[in-house]
Design a protein around this ligand. Structure first.
Ligand SMILES: [Zn+2]
Length: 276
């Protein structure tokens, strides 16, 4: 998948809005379907660079969705990181100093296929303001994964998501990652809405799990700041290796087909239950 081709493909069927820009200045697109302002669904893909199979997967699921219920989708949050994973360092416009720093963080290797972070070597899914820096495995220095950054929301990509979440009435936020065939919900000791999370897991035939040691994630921030349901969905069998190749896209599409309808159904139901 070439990132430019993917971004172009969004323009064919949608009129994307932009939630912000990446570190390298690429606008971060959001595509939307349905109408109405209350209790929207938000889907987020490719937060982790090597998990970029989630970008074409989410686009395919949005293409398929025909419902009226309002759904927003940011299919490729970490545009710079995905470019690094899929196309390497060569075509990325970086100063020599920054290029050398990235190579150093990557152990001197020009193979960035296992990179998860953004182009500043910050892991966007531990950079949010939800017990920031207290998670298991968090790192305090630049790294291909798990570096929490200098402060919460230090990164323009995670800040763009914060601004979106803070300013939009979302009933349900679902963050797509790979891999493991799991659905994670809750934050800290908050495990509300287990029944709804379980319905998603059952439908996908994935395992439902809690994330007691996870902090600073987008799901964590949404759950903590709104007290609503946030999910992390890990697509793809654990027997696959990172990054999951496009040859597996069809089987993932089949597994997830129709899931946005279920997200919409759950969002609608929860919106009447939330203490707004
Ligand atoms: Zn991930």
């Amino acid at each position: 998948m070439r990132v430019k081709d993917f971004l172009d493909s969004l323009n064919e069927n949608y009129t994307p809005t932009y939630i912000g820009e990446t570190t390298l200045g690429t606008p971060i697109p959001m595509i939307s379907k349905g109408s109405g302002e209350s209790g929207r669904v938000l889907l987020i893909g490719a937060t982790h660079a090597r998990e970029n199979i989630t970008a074409p997967l989410l686009k395919a699921l949005m293409d398929e969705y025909q419902g009226d219920y309002p759904v927003d989708c940011v299919p490729i949050l970490n545009v710079d990181g995905v470019t690094l994973v899929t196309e390497g360092l060569n075509d990325i416009p970086l100063r020599v100093r920054d290029r050398m720093a990235l190579l150093r963080v990557n152990g001197g290797s020009t193979d960035f296929s296992l990179w998860k972070a953004n182009i500043r070597a910050v892991d966007l899914n531990v950079n949010c303001d939800a017990n920031w820096g207290e998670g298991k495995g968090n790192l305090s220095y630049p790294s291909p994964s798990s570096y929490v950054g200098p402060c919460p929301f230090s990164e323009v990509e995670s800040y763009a998501i914060k601004r979106l979440i803070d300013s939009t009435p979302y009933a349900l936020v679902v963050c797509y990652h790979s891999k493991g065939e799991e659905v994670y919900y809750g934050f800290g000791s908050n495990h509300k809405y287990k029944a709804q999370a379980q319905r998603v897991a059952n439908r996908l035939k994935y395992k439902l799990k809690r994330t007691p040691y996870s902090t600073g994630g987008i799901k964590d921030y949404f759950t903590l700041s709104t007290d609503r349901l946030g999910l992390t969905v890990e697509v793809g069998s654990d027997t696959l290796t990172h990054p999951i190749g496009l040859e597996h896209l069809d089987e993932l599409k089949k597994r997830h087909s129709g899931i946005i309808n279920l997200y919409a159904e759950i969002a609608k139901e929860l919106w009447t239950k939330y203490d707004l």
